[in-house]
Write a protein that binds this ligand. Sequence first.
Ligand code: SF4
Ligand code: SF4
Length: 264
Amino acid sequence: MQAEIPTEERILREHARLGMEDRLQFRCEPGLDCFTDCCRDVAIVLTPYDIIRLKRALGIDSSEFLTRHTISPFTREQKFPMVILKMEPESGRCPFVNEQGCQVYAHRPWACRMYPLGIAEPKNPTPTDRGFHFLIREELCHGHGRGDGCTVREWLAWQGIEEYELLGASYRFLTLHDFWDGDKALTPQQMDMFHMACYDIDRFRRFVFETRFLELFEVDETRVEALRTDDVELLELATQWLRFGLFQERAVKIRPSVLEARRG
Ligand code: SF4
Ligand code: SF4
């Protein structure tokens, strides 16, 4: 039996490792014969912040966005629910592309921003091992070797990646948590909790304001006001609530009066 090759090693066999100051020469623009070819038959995994940006750009709520534009396939290997952008059933095209290009360009998902850069990250980065980027070369893409070139750092800044990384940190923490090591499986109820908290942020808002959530958990008043309209703040609370509910971490606090009533 062939030994399994670690992911990092496999990536390095096929792609050169790029540091932040290494250069890439790539330009994607209208007029290329491949223009928008990459926006079809592609599995784009959406992060919670991708969904917030897209649903706002489309002026719909997260529940409607999820129903209209995503699928959530679940495989045996998966530990938690994931959400994938649904391509048009007949053409295989992304619902947001037309001849002029991406119609949600300013709000395009993290994965679309990154292309053609890939990223390999260790689960627990250290100062000497923070992971690396690599360049994806696919036959269909003719943007390589074009333009003046830039460093990886400049490319990431140009694509607005920093904001996505910053606002995706809590989700990364959740999905890379030690809890998932081994063979633990979420119950159907926990799967629903995860799906709502991470992806269906407007449903989570209703859950916070229309159930006993705020009677049970200590959330200061300024934050409560922000939660009414601020999706990013709400997402932060949602991931804290999941850490509490799934990993038994004290990321949110139960009100002392509730604890006393339970004891008494
Ligand atoms: S969101 Fe935009 S960039 Fe991403 S696949 Fe769809 S059309 Fe292409
Ligand atoms: S295939 Fe490559 S160059 Fe062509 S539109 Fe897509 S990203 Fe741009």
